[in-house]
Design a protein around this ligand. Structure first.
Ligand SMILES: NC(=O)c1ccc[n+]([C@@H]2O[C@H](COP(=O)([O-])OP(=O)(O)OC[C@H]3O[C@@H](n4cnc5c(N)ncnc54)[C@H](OP(=O)(O)O)[C@@H]3O)[C@@H](O)[C@H]2O)c1
Length: 253
C-alpha cells in the first residue's frame, strides 16, 4: 500500500515509517526540515519525501493537492508539538503555530483523504492525539491538551459516521502516554514516568490501525490510567495534572 506519514523525520513518525517499510509498504515521508527528513529517509530506506511546513496555509494547500493526486491508501497524521508553561506565559504566536499544526493541518488532510477514500470505499487514516486528549484538561500544557482533545473528539465522530454508512474506510485515533522522542526537547519539559519506546508505540499503532481499532492506547499502565480516570472527579484530575506538569517543567528548567 502507499502510505503518507507526517512528522516522519523523528520519533513516532519515523518509527511508523520504518515499521511500514518492514511490512513492505511504500512510504511518503513528510516534515518541515529537509535535512532531517533526508537523513530519516536513508534510515527508513524510503526514497520518497515531501518537505512541508504544516503550520503554513500555502504549503498545506500544495500538500493537499499532492495527496489528491497521489491518493495514498494510508494517511498517518502524526506531526505535532507541545509547549510547557502557564497559559499567560506561553507566546500566542507559538500557540497559534501549534493549533495550525496539531489541528488545522490534520483536519484539512483528513477531509481531503476521506473524500477520495470514501469514493473508493477503501483506506486508512490514523490521527495521532495523545492520552492528554482523553483528559478534561492539562494545566501548564493547556493548549497542547486542548489540541489533542480536538483530534480525539472529531476523529471519533468520523469513526461513527463511517460505521453508519457501512464504509470500509478506517479512521483511528492514537492516544499514547509519554514516549521517548524529541517531544520534550521541543516542548521544554521532561517525563515524570518511564516513557515507552517510539518503536513499540509505532508497531502498536499500525497493527491496531489495520485491525480497525477505534482508540489505540499503547501500554497497559496507560490503558489502566485512562480507565480509572473515568471514575475520578474532574477537579481532582485537573489538580493531579497540574502537579505532574509542574514537576515535568521544573525538572527541565
Ligand atoms: N512523545 C510523547 O510523549 C507523545 C505522547 C503522546 C502523543 N505524542 C504525539 O506524537 C506525535 C509525534 O511526536 P513525537 O513525540 O514523535 O515528537 P518529535 O520526535 O518531536 O516529532 C515531531 C515530528 O513532527 C514534525 N513537525 C514539527 N513541526 C512541524 C511542522 N511545522 N511541519 C511539519 N512537520 C512538523 C517534526 O519534523 P520537522 O522538525 O522536520 O518538521 C517531527 O518529525 C505528535 O503529534 C505528538 O503530539 C507524543
Amino acid at each position: 500500500m502507499k502510505c503518507l506519514v507526517t512528522g516522519a523525520s523523528s520519533g513516532i513518525g519515523k518509527d511508523i515509517c520504518k515499521y511500514l517499510s518492514v511490512l513492505s509498504h511504500e512510504v511518503i515521508m513528510v516534515s518541515s526540515n529537509k535535512e532531517k527528513l533526508v537523513e530519516a529517509c536513508t534510515e527508513v530506506g524510503s526514497n520518497t519525501y515531501y518537505v512541508c511546513d504544516l503550520t503554513k496555509d500555502k504549503e498545506v494547500d500544495k500538500l493537499l493537492k499532492f495527496i489528491e493526486k497521489e491518493k495514498p491508501d494510508v494517511i498517518i497524521n502524526n506531526a505535532g508539538f507541545g509547549a510547557f508553561g502557564y497559559f499567560d506565559e506561553v507566546e500566542t504566536e507559538k500557540e497559534i503555530e501549534m493549533i495550525n499544526l496539531n489541528i488545522i493541518a490534520l483536519h484539512k488532510i483528513t477531509k481531503v483523504a476521506l473524500k477520495y477514500m470514501e469514493k473508493q470505499n477503501y483506506g486508512y487514516i490514523l490521527n495521532v492525539a495523545s492520552s492528554a486528549g482523553l483528559m478534561p484538561g492539562g494545566p501548564i500544557l493547556s493548549t497542547y491538551y486542548a489540541t489533542k482533545s480536538y483530534v480525539r473528539s472529531y476523529t471519533l465522530s468520523i469513526y461513527e459516521e463511517l460505521k453508519s454508512k457501512n464504509s470500509n474506510v478506517v479512521v483511528s485515533v492514537l492516544a499514547p502516554g509519554p514516549v521517548d522522542t524529541n517531544f520534550n526537547k521541543v516542548a521544554g519539559g521532561s517525563f515524570s514516568v518511564k516513557p515507552l519506546s517510539s518503536e513499540y508505540v509505532a508497531k502498536c499503532a499500525i497493527d491496531n490501525l489495520f485491525k480497525k481499532k477505534m482508540i489505540i492506547i499503547p501500554g497497559l499502565i496507560m490503558k489502566l490510567g485512562v480507565f480509572f480516570s473515568r471514575f475520578t472527579p474532574t477537579k481532582l484530575l485537573l489538580n493531579i495534572a497540574l502537579k505532574i506538569q509542574h514537576k515535568k517543567r521544573t525538572k527541565s528548567s
